[in-house]
Design a protein around this ligand. Sequence first.
Ligand SMILES: CC(C)(COP(=O)(O)OP(=O)(O)OC[C@H]1O[C@@H](n2cnc3c(N)ncnc32)[C@H](O)[C@@H]1OP(=O)(O)O)[C@@H](O)C(=O)NCCC(=O)NCCS
Length: 174
Amino acid sequence: MERFRIDGDADRSYVIRVDEAEGPTDELVRVLIEIDLQTFSESTFSTYTAAAFLRQEKVYLLRADDVVIGTCVLMRCWDRPNEVMVLSMGIRPGWRGRGLGQRFLNGVLERLKTQGIRAVALMVGADDRRAIKVYEDVGFQHIQTALEDKRTGETLLMMRLQLQDDAPVATLHR
Ligand SMILES: CC(C)(COP(=O)(O)OP(=O)(O)OC[C@H]1O[C@@H](n2cnc3c(N)ncnc32)[C@H](O)[C@@H]1OP(=O)(O)O)[C@@H](O)C(=O)NCCC(=O)NCCS
């Protein structure tokens, strides 16, 4: 747990922490959908899928004091159960660009390590320079172009991080 001070607001500091979400409460479903809508041009979640991910997968929350300001949703890989994929990660707009993305991701990776997870994969828009910088800074490597969306013209890159032990990243790539 650490304190965080927003630039120019020296009188106010926040306790920043990363928590694992527990179960699909109405409030968490609402927050997951809300932060997603503030983050991506297409919505990732319906009420049903938000509740399903909260129930079945891992969802981490970035909190400032007790308010959720970021979410990170992870899915376990069926072929390699000790690997996960980041389905979505987002921070509320007013909190972006202050170093919290990197802190959030490091907090999530620490927890995954203690749970024996070996590798983490994700897809990110090739034009999303800020997100790519955050992922590279914590050690993710570019693996391949994952998808070219003909409708939007967006290219998605696949990135991967070997968290611990044995096989090098390249040999894990399908
Ligand atoms: C991506 C996201 C989680 C990152 O969190 P954040 O708190 O904004 O990021 P940070 O402040 O920790 O780090 C941003 C870094 O990118 C750099 N950066 C910002 N804009 C940049 C740009 N256009 N090009 C390159 N680097 C850039 C910053 O300088 C900073 O690097 P530094 O730590 O070396 O100074 C957040 O911005 C977000 O929610 N964005 C919208 C959703 C999204 O894109 N999610 C990821 C898709 S998978």
